[in-house]
Design a protein around this ligand. Structure first.
Ligand code: G3H
Length: 195
């Protein structure tokens, strides 16, 4: 059976500042994760000639993949982070203060809440369909480097979680989740590469 590896990008400058969305580069800590991920993947997949690395189109995932050499890389728009629309670039505190109705509406129904001129989790789940079809078709390992909301949705698909839980699943930074689909079901392993 061939594994799928899921990971968020390394810590970005916006992660440090607590801003959502954006397209910033990695922090020093994020860059260190990119190196460790590179070592991990190159070691684990060195005999897997057909393995591939999938990222979003945002810098922070492309930079996180930069130390993984020797494998084809594919950028998917469908792997981009949830579009926060008018809230892109804001902190949660700023949203709470300046757009309290939006903040409350999202808190009430995070799955269905759609950011003005942006997306909901349900929108993200829908746009992931072609990625999932392609992932299931692969014969070789795939490393998916994406974002918190997107990975919550992908992970839930493979681990068969109920829809309502998806927006609340813990998806830590600097951790690789390995998923193996076998005859007896799905097996999962986690590698925390940094403290
Ligand atoms: O920037 C977006 C976050 O990664 C998604 O987190 O859905 O918990 O606000 P959230």
């Amino acid at each position: 059976p061939r594994p799928i590896f899921l990971t968020r990008h390394g810590e970005s400058m916006d992660n440090v500042r607590g801003r959502i969305g954006g397209d910033t580069v990695l922090s020093d800590v994020g860059e260190l994760y990119a190196k460790k991920l590179g070592n991990f993947v190159v070691k684990r997949l060195k005999s897997e000639r057909a393995a591939s690395i999938w990222t979003s189109t945002l810098q922070r995932t492309i930079l996180t993949a930069s130390s993984i050499v020797g494998f084809p890389k594919i950028q998917w728009r469908a792997l981009d982070e949830i579009n926060a629309g008018v809230c892109d670039g804001m902190t949660y505190e700023e949203i709470k203060k300046n757009m309290p109705e939006e903040y409350e509406a999202r808190k009430k129904d995070k799955l269905r809440y759609r950011y003005p001129r942006g997306e909901s989790y349900l929108d993200v789940i829908q746009r992931l369909e072609p990625v999932i079809i392609e992932l299931e078709r692969q014969r070789a390992p795939v490393v998916v480097i994406s974002h918190q909301a997107v990975l919550r949705a992908l992970y839930s698909y493979f681990s068969d979680r109920p829809l309502n839980e998806i927006p609340h699943i813990e998806m830590p930074l600097h951790t690789i989740i390995e998923i193996q689909m076998g005859v007896t079901g799905v097996q999962e392993k986690r590698y925390k590469l940094m403290d």
